[in-house]
Design a binder for this molecule. Structure first.
Ligand code: 4AD
Ligand code: MG
Length: 465
């Protein structure tokens, strides 16, 4: 075969150099035709669009083409010409074809179109080859890039916080333990407890549930930082919104109070959604057509409208007065369930809502106590179809108040000395939040299940590859 440098299909369809000889490589989506001509729809992952390869049967034999079935991978040289077919700009008249890899039609799982998302979860190793997952994964990339772009433009520094840590940032005890001890026969202390001083890190360690506490250390030196990394939670909740391994984005800003924290969260989310609208048009249009025809309208709506800002106490009043029958009853003091959050957003306000000033007893120890002594300066951003997409707060910067909360909540003080030191040395007001990256992707892609917006979902009983 003649050596021609490869053209990605995205370039061949978007900026076709009509009349030139090109090389494309990709996976066959379909092949159809008759004894005079054969049409191959070829995709290389660079775009949702396929390029059509037209094969003149006077130049190729049926025998040569036989292995070119759905899922096979081919290498094609040919002339790029204007397309006759509607909806396409260019197609390729094949001159030379090399078959890289075949895909036996009797066993290739994606032989037919229209598989359910549930079935595709079982073949997570192949589902990136479908239109839907191609679109989702390209959008996922674009959103990750946009996150770095946003913070870089705003002068935030990307801080790499540890994956392995001895601290439980959220104090919820939902951690995966990390150990090199022999679980069958661990070393024991004199009292008969497992002796973690002999473990790899010399103490009980786990995978991080959040980079926040270390993020605060960074903010108290660099002014404004963000983390963006994997976080792990061993909550046994099999819901369409929870993963055991998910990615979190956590900005933390010195001198920001809760109001500025809310402004940042709203501006950030709107930037990301606008970025998707501007840069992922083809993929969004596909997802809109395929799964959720209100998707693009919903994205535009969120960008165009102010988020409602409302104290928890008023939110509870609205829910109590709504007359709506909830599965989980509401009263002041309860932690809101997604059904409550979605009622406020979808039925009552019909807009994203930032709920603030939650009861201290349902929130983490580090949140700043309000003057009422009952509520804390928390803020959750609630989105249509999702519920909570962001959780954040102004942090307690007062050493004594923070130490009292740590004590009150039974968190071992001796493990928190390093965190408390920021309040001992040059403490300052500061705030931050955590955006669940996959929750963002649920919103931006319109997918209904969080397992479908991450390449390889980690959920209870599911971590094979
Ligand atoms: O509300 P959370 O627990 O807040 C924190 O972890 C804080 N330390 C953040 C901060 O202030 N820096 O989690 C933040 C967000 C949630 O709003 C949600 O979007 C997402 O992380 N999240 C999950 N996403 C997927 N699966 C799970 N199991 C999640 N748990 C939380
Ligand atoms: Mg939360």
């Amino acid at each position: 075969m003649e050596t021609i440098s490869r053209t990605k299909i995205v370039d061949a369809v978007k900026n076709p150099a009509i009349g030139t000889k090109v090389n494309v490589k990709g996976w066959v989506r379909t092949r159809r035709g008759n004894k005079h001509v054969s049409f191959v729809a070829l995709n290389d992952g660079s775009t949702i669009h396929n390029i059509q390869v037209v094969i003149d049967m006077t130049r190729f034999s049926e025998e040569e083409l036989k292995p070119i079935t759905t899922g096979s991978c081919i290498n094609v040289n040919g002339l790029l010409v204007e397309s006759q077919g509607k909806g396409q700009t260019a197609e390729i008249q094949a001159e030379e074809i090399e078959i890289y890899g075949t895909a036996d039609p009797t066993t290739y799982p994606l032989q037919k179109k229209g598989h359910t998302l549930e079935f595709l979860r079982e073949i997570a190793h192949l589902r990136p080859r479908t239109n839907t997952f191609g679109a989702v994964l390209r959008i996922r990339h674009a959103m990750a890039f946009a996150i770095h772009n946003y913070f870089n433009q705003k002068g935030f520094f990307y801080l790499h916080t540890p994956i392995i840590t001895a601290s439980d940032a959220e104090g919820a005890g939902q951690m995966f333990q990390v150990t090199t001890l022999d679980l069958e026969n661990p070393p024991r202390t004199e009292e008969g407890k497992v002796d973690y001083s002999q473990d790899f890190f010399g103490k009980h360690s786990n995978l991080t549930v959040s980079g926040q506490l270390e993020g605060e250390l960074g903010a108290m030196a660099l002014g404004a930082i963000y983390t963006f990394g994997p976080t792990f939670r061993a909550e046994n909740s099999n819901t369409p919104r929870h993963l055991a391994e998910f990615w979190m984005v956590e900005p933390e800003v010195a001198f920001n109070e809760i109001k500025e924290n809310m402004d940042l969260a709203e501006d950030f989310l709107k930037y990301l959604i606008q970025y998707a609208l501007d840069n992922c048009k083809d993929d969004l249009e596909f997802l809109c057509k395929m799964w959720d025809n209100e998707l693009i309208d919903r994205l535009n709506f969120v960008v165009a409208n102010d988020f409602v800002r409302l104290p928890y106490t008023e939110g509870i009043e609205i829910l109590e007065k709504s007359g709506h029958k909830f599965e989980f009853p509401v009263e002041w003091g309860v932690d809101l369930q997604s059904e409550h959050e979605r009622y406020l957003v979808e039925n009552h306000f019909k807009k994203p809502v930032i709920l603030t000033d939650y009861p201290k007893d349902i929130k983490a120890f580090y949140m700043k106590l309000n003057e009422d002594g009952k509520t804390v300066r928390a803020m959750d951003v609630l989105f249509p179809k999702i519920g909570e997409i962001i959780g954040g707060s102004q942090r307690e910067e007062n050493y004594d108040k923070l130490a009292a909360r740590i004590e009150e909540m039974g968190i071992p003080m001796k493990d928190m000395w390093w965190y408390l030191d920021t309040r001992r040395f040059g403490t300052a007001p500061h705030s931050g939040f955590g955006l669940g990256f996959e929750r963002l992707l649920l919103f931006v892609t319109g997918m209904a299940n969080i397992r479908d917006v991450i390449p390889f979902a980690r959920t209870p009983k599911n971590a094979e590859f």
